[in-house]
Design a protein. Structure first.
Length: 428
């Protein structure tokens, strides 16, 4: 473990140095030229919006005027001018090339590389606009009679009220329905963990319901202040969901009901909770930006920052804990196939994290970048869960087979568990 963390630390330092050297070079790459075609009949507002959209791309802008005679000579000019007022007219392909090439050219490595560099450049260019967007949001909230600090305070108080209600419910459930079970095998641990998870889910529902209800009482729905409070509460709830998931899988304080018998469970639980908390911040802020129609360039810059940090966290987790993950999936007496599969699980996790980061950068600047961020996060969770689910099913099947082979021992264990029903409750 110490060797893996040493290697992981130096790998992350190398990646940081690489990004520090390479990203400024990418940012200085000259964007492709843009041609804006103006035609008779366009209003001054349309022309101004078109030129502003073209200027945001950062490349040299050429304005071309086409009158009625030129339109008649060039049949496609009318279609071009009809779309000239949209930001899409700031076409990224080089001048003189069609906007869409042949399908095989689009799928080529060069095309993907160009899209990656363009998305990286757009994200870096948008970082400078994040402060301005935040200032606009603060000004909008002040116009509603609130401030960012007051809205954040309302969100914190609402979450605190939800936590107090959940703790009161937890105390009541302990008093009424609590029971402890002797965990003598994996099936008993699964039952105890599922009961504990059920209580945790109930507490989360209480927290979310109380917090959102209180926020609606103080803030008018649909306003910027209400949407900001909703985003902050969502961050807290989603972070708690990941913490509950980490507690369910790793149970760092309850080894007797731990489902994943992995070394250093506190490290893995902390990494999963940290990944969930930062992912909640990125996801909620992107949804807030989409709801308020904030500047797309700044949103792309924030997406690039958040996804990059998330990827570094995942790489630190998967590389630093590679030995623990391999030992978990290999088991005590692994065969050659299982040993080979276990050896590749950390690399599979790390590779999936890098691929998802690359795809997120490639789609940066597109209208669906926020949707891809959600899809990418969901895909990462699925990729994390599938090997764990397969391992769990295999382990449960083995435990059930072992119990069938020793029925007398199983009845004895069940009687021992029933005899402890009157002990103090410990569902949480």
């Amino acid at each position: 473990m110490a060797h893996n963390r040493f290697f992981c630390r130096h790998l992350l330092i190398g990646l940081a140095l690489l990004l520090a050297v390479a990203l400024p070079a990418f940012a200085q790459t000259t964007p492709p030229p843009i041609t804006v075609i103006l035609t008779p009949g366009q209003s001054a507002a349309e022309i101004e919006e078109t030129l502003r959209a073209a200027a945001k791309a950062g490349g040299p802008v050429t304005v071309e005027w086409r009158d009625a005679a030129n339109e008649a000579a060039t049949p496609g000019s009318a279609a071009d001018s009809s779309h000239s007022s949209k930001p899409a007219v700031a076409a990224t392909p080089a001048a003189g090339t069609p906007e869409r090439a042949a399908p095989d050219a689009e799928d080529s490595f060069d095309t993907l590389s160009a899209r990656f560099l363009n998305g990286l450049q757009m994200g870096l260019a948008g970082i400078s606009g994040i402060a301005g967007v935040m200032a606009d949001v603060a000004a909008g909230i002040r116009s509603e009679g609130w401030s960012v600090v007051s809205v954040a305070s309302i969100a914190v108080l609402a979450v605190a009220a939800g936590l107090a209600t959940a703790f009161a419910g937890r105390f009541l459930i302990h008093r009424l329905f609590g029971a402890s079970f002797e965990c003598v095998d994996l099936l008993h641990r699964m039952r105890a963990s599922l009961i504990r998870l059920g209580f945790d889910i109930a507490y989360l529902v209480i927290i979310a319901t109380v917090a959102h209800t209180l926020a609606r009482l103080f803030l008018t729905p649909g306003t910027a202040s209400a949407e900001l409070a909703h985003a902050l509460i969502t961050i807290a709830v989603v972070s708690a969901v990941y913490a509950v998931g980490a507690r369910f899988l790793f149970a760092p304080t309850r080894p007797e009901i731990r489902l994943l018998d992995i070394a250093h469970p506190r490290f893995h639980a902390t990494m999963l909770a940290a990944y969930g908390a930062l992912g909640a911040v990125v996801g909620a802020s992107l949804r807030f930006a989409h709801q308020r129609g904030l500047e797309l360039a700044a949103t792309d810059g924030w997406l690039l920052i958040g996804i990059t940090i998330l990827t570094l966290i995942k790489l630190y987790w998967f590389i630093g804990g590679a030995g623990d993950i391999r030992a978990l999936f290999a088991g005590e007496n692994p065969g050659p196939v299982r040993r080979a599969i276990a050896f590749g699980v950390p690399e599979f996790y790390a590779l999936s994290a890098i691929v998802l980061w690359l795809m997120t950068v490639i789609v940066a600047g597109s209208p669906n970048s926020a949707a891809w961020s959600f899809a990418g996060g969901t895909t990462q969770i699925i990729l994390l869960a599938l090997p764990i689910l397969a391992f769990g099913i295999h382990s449960l099947a083995g435990a059930a087979a072992e119990r069938r082979r020793t029925p007398a021992s199983s009845r004895l264990r069940r009687s021992q568990a029933v005899s402890r029903r009157r002990s103090p409750a410990r569902p949480g």
